[in-house]
Design a protein around this ligand. Structure first.
Ligand code: CA
Length: 514
């Protein structure tokens, strides 16, 4: 069956468009608009609508994504080597607005069933977390969690699960280096995630650099030796043999399970949602289907008074000139620039820059470079003013749309957004990834329908229908918003949780390892 050849031009100024049809389109294909393809163009890849002279700007999203590497006749496949990377927007030239744009009109009446905590936060799950202060104890934490799950959890039916918060930080690191502040506050804030019910406990070893007290309290409190009501140290002399260590952990767990089990879901306004937006394995459709639909849902949550975080510094860097004007206050605008500058310097120290971001899969999916990727990525932030900016692992100062600075790496971004307090994540993907997190539900949205069909038992919602004209951005955005409320309420289960697909935590450590 031959389909009508289709392309998507995002902005009226664009001189390139992307091919929609599965499998791409062959040379000689004639579009209704009159353009004829000179060669085969794969799905999601760009075709130029007009002839481009060498050095001419290549426009997508109404923005310059690159410069033509040579003269290119109309109807050509604009593959990666034909697109010269332009420099990133100069931070010093960005103008911070004196007064931010107006907030979107409020939206009332939307609720979800959540777990309210003593500190006012609301969780989407009721989980016992076992924090760890060092990787040395990870095996013991996993073993104890398995035992607790098998032997104790059946007696506490209101508790959704046990999550060992294991990671690679804690020792063998320069604990006093400036960069150490990031992983230390991240681990502290991870333990406080609303899905853990304010019942933190820490498993430590005893000789590590990061003392378990630092996870429980800010400001590096002086460690007290031995076990405490909230801390089990494996090297404590009271423990003789492995079984006694496990018994100590189970005893600490049992007290918390009793408290957690007393919690029930209550009806909460959607203003209590804290949702993280992420993308990974992106393709050229991500920026026109899934990410704009996520942006639409983001606006709805923000209009309800809720909190949305978007992140991934290298994927906003090339669109920062579009984000700074959306800062709600001059302070937020300055903070956006500060986080970009910090990351530029971080990459520079590693003799790298933001161009190191794009993957072979991104490129096969039609994304020529980081500029094109970033312009599609920031669509996840919708159109609301940006209310707050967080350095990696910080907790929000207010509700609304928040830029939480993190690396774009899927597992690090996920971990850092968790530390910043998200209780649900939406993840958009074009190439496909089975990504999931144990601490929160992750809704996965595909940018293309053929991925949603192939991965029918991994993808939760398909935004590819936007490319084929079967649904609008608004329709898919509303559908996602309702799915967020259902998943947050425990009424619907995401595929990653159905199969138990949960990635390891990957705490961002910009500091040196010893
Ligand atoms: Ca990512």
């Amino acid at each position: 069956m031959s389909e009508t050849p289709r392309f998507i031009r995002v902005h009226p100024d664009d001189n390139v468009a992307i091919v929609v049809n599965d499998g791409g389109l062959p040379a000689g294909t004639r579009f209704d608009a009159g353009l004829t393809l000179r060669e085969h163009v794969p799905q999601g890849h760009k075709v130029n609508l007009v002839a481009l002279a060498e050095g001419a700007p290549i426009l997508r999203y109404g923005q310059v994504i690159g410069l033509a590497a040579r003269d290119i006749p109309a109807g050509s496949w604009i593959e990666e080597s034909l697109v010269r990377l332009p420099p990133a927007p100069a931070l010093a030239e960005l103008k911070v607005p004196g007064k931010g744009p107006a907030h979107l009109p409020p939206l009332e009446g939307y609720t979800f069933e959540g777990y309210r905590n003593a500190d006012g936060s609301v969780g989407t799950r009721n989980l016992l977390a076992i924090s760890t202060s060092v990787q040395c104890v990870a095996g013991v934490a996993d073993y104890a969690a398995r035992r607790i799950r098998e032997e104790m959890l059946p007696h506490y039916s209101n508790v959704d699960g046990i999550v060992p918060l294991t990671h690679t930080y804690g020792c063998g690191v320069a604990i006093n280096a400036p960069g150490a502040a990031v992983p230390i506050r991240s681990l502290h804030n991870l333990a406080r995630n609303a899905n853990f019910g304010g019942e933190p406990m820490v498993l430590g070893l005893g000789c590590e650099k990061l003392s378990p007290e630092w996870i429980l309290e800010e400001g590096r409190p002086k460690p007290a030796p031995g076990n405490t009501p909230d801390i089990v140290r494996l090297q404590d002399e009271s423990q003789v043999g492995f079984e006694s260590m496990v018994a100590a952990i189970m005893e600490h767990a049992e007290k918390r399970l009793k408290n957690l089990n007393a919690r029930t879901r209550t009806t909460c306004p959607a203003s209590e949602l804290v949702v993280g937006m992420q993308c990974g394995g992106s393709d050229a459709f991500s920026g026109v289907t899934s990410n704009p639909a996520i942006g639409f849902a983001s606006d709805l949550i923000v209009r309800c008074g809720g909190t949305v975080m978007f992140s991934e510094v290298t994927e906003v860097r090339d669109a920062i000139h579009m984000l700074v004007p959306r800062a709600a206050t001059p302070e937020v605008g300055q903070a956006l620039i500060r986080e970009m500058a910090w990351y530029d310097e971080y990459l520079n120290e590693g003799s790298s820059d933001r161009a190191a971001n794009t993957t072979p899969g991104n490129k096969r999916g039609g994304l020529a470079n980081i500029v094109e990727k970033a312009l599609g990525s920031v669509a996840k932030s919708g159109s609301a003013p940006i209310d707050d900016v967080l350095s990696p692992g910080e907790r929000p100062h207010r509700k609304g749309l928040i830029f939480a600075a993190t690396p774009a790496s899927d597992f690090i971004c996920g971990t850092q957004q968790l530390a910043s307090g998200i209780t649900l994540q939406v993840f958009s993907t074009g190439r496909g990834t089975p990504y999931g997190l144990a601490a929160i539900p992750v809704i996965k949205m595909s940018s293309r329908t053929n991925l949603a069909k192939r991965w029918h038992d991994l993808i939760d919602i398909d935004a590819g229908r936007i490319a084929t004209g079967q649904a609008s951005i608004e329709e898919v955005g509303w559908e996602l918003f309702r799915l967020i409320l259902d998943v947050a309420s425990g009424r619907k289960q995401v595929w990653a949780d159905h199969w138990g697909l949960h990635n390891d935590l990957a705490v961002f450590n910009p500091g040196p390892v010893t």
